[in-house]
Design a protein around this ligand. Structure first.
Ligand code: URA
Length: 413
């Protein structure tokens, strides 16, 4: 069958359901480079507006999953589990959860993405650790699983190549918040890990792609349906993303906060969400997971992980110095009262303005910039006391971020 791509795009634009065989040809053609970015962008925008039915979504997921190699775990392997988030602001859960859950004896082959839209990406955060190699082969990943039970990697030209290309394209073409595209992106990566169990953190609110709880439910059901069809036990937890998770937003700043959590500290909302998700895929009860955070086992596993990925764990405590932004200034509260809103969407936009995310597919990210010591909703604040610290490259960037935070944070007397 020969695909006439302009016709296919027009049919989707008119809301027609496509045949699984056509979707397969489209994905294969895009992965091989035969179908150019401009046609795939138009197709993604048509899907954004017209959606896909369950059969099309499953076909897209399968085609993306089979665009490359998949994990083949050796006979007698421990249970293989993972977690994925649909994306949020300050969401550094994966950095803590993967080593924590690996302490329980299961395998965690975590395949993540880069920053997408206003949300940060696990790979960008990990790469703020000097030398961290995310582009590893399946053979290398298999060796790490055997040795330490955990690996954190990205899509490659051999592993989920279709998602690698489409993910980067969606990031810069306004086509991220689409239920079938998110479903296929997440589930193709996760199913290629050959999992036994998966927990999904489905976010809703201003800092998430799904703005309402009802839409998040539809997205969760879509991912659960695809998982079921492919024989994987999938749990989904819906979580609000109205305010950022934790108190830090920005690549290296989030790694620093993750280290606190791995050492038994860190913000309460972050620790709680890590445990809520980890207990769904761990063979041990929550209280044991808490013990692994508190007694240093999870932190030691993180050291093993960064060593396996080519880094020196001795760099971790120095991360704040390695990525010190030229300008670090407090943002003072304009009034006294209680913080009633910290709008995650605006904070995410402000982090993008500072350079923490991308405007074009091949852009790098600035690992140093962002926010930390951010106030949380419900906290009392005094006029002149800091609402957060802004880490910026230039005075102009600082001023733009400050104006945006002024909109994001609401204080009531
Ligand atoms: N995470 C992914 O991996 N893909 C998406 O499309 C959104 C969040």
């Amino acid at each position: 069958m020969k695909l006439h791509v302009p016709t296919l795009i027009s049919r989707k634009r008119e809301g027609e359901a496509l045949d699984p065989a056509e979707i397969r040809l489209l994905v294969d053609g895009y992965t091989s480079g035969e179908i150019p970015d401009y046609q795939m962008s138009a197709f993604a925008m048509a899907v954004y507006f017209k959606g896909m039915n369950a059969v099309e979504t499953a076909a897209l997921t399968r085609a993306m999953l089979e665009s490359g190699d998949v994990f083949e775990h050796p006979a007698g392997h421990p249970p293989v589990v993972d977690k994925h988030s649909t994306g949020g602001i300050g969401d550094k859960v994966s950095l803590i959860l993967a080593p924590l859950v690996a302490c329980t004896g299961v395998w965690v082959p975590m395949v993540s993405g880069r920053g997408l839209g206003i949300t940060g990406g696990t790979l960008d955060k990990l790469e703020s650790i000097p030398g961290f190699k995310v582009g590893i082969s399946l053979a290398e990943a298999g060796t790490m699983l055997e040795k330490i039970g955990v690996v954190m990697m990205g899509q490659t030209d051999r592993f989920c190549p279709a998602d690698k290309k489409l993910y980067a394209l969606r990031d810069v073409t306004g086509t991220v918040p689409s239920i079938p595209l998110i479903t296929a992106s997440i589930m193709s990566k996760k199913l290629a890990e050959s999992l036994d169990k998966l927990v999904l953190d489905v976010k809703f609110g201003s800092g998430a792609f799904m703005k309402t709880e009802a839409d998040a439910r539809v997205l969760a059901d879509s991912m659960i349906a695809v998982g079921k069809e492919m024989g994987v036990e999938v749990h989904a937890i819906l979580n609000p993303m109205a305010e950022p998770l934790g108190r830090a937003v920005g690549n290296s700043l989030e790694v620093v906060e993750s280290l606190d959590c791995l050492e038994g500290g860190g913000p309460a909302d972050l620790r709680q969400l890590v445990l809520d998700l980890a207990e769904k895929i761990s063979p041990v009860p929550r209280v044991e997971l808490e013990g692994m955070l508190d007694d240093g086992r999870a932190r030691r596993k993180f050291d093993e992980l960064v060593s396996a990925h080519g880094c020196n764990p001795a760099d971790l405590p120095r991360l704040g110095d390695i990525h010190r932004a030229p300008l670090i200034r407090e943002f003072p509260a304009p009034d006294t009262g209680t913080v009633v809103k910290v709008d995650a969407g605006i904070v995410g936009q402000a982090a993008l303005q500072l350079g923490a995310g991308r405007a074009r597919a091949n852009d790098g990210v600035d690992h140093a910039v962002g926010f930390d010591q951010l106030v949380k909703c419900g906290e009392p604040i005094h006029q002149g006391h800091p609402l957060c610290r802004i880490h910026a490259r230039t005075v102009v960037d600082f001023e733009i971020a400050e104006a945006m935070l002024g909109q994001a944070i609401v204080i009531e007397p």
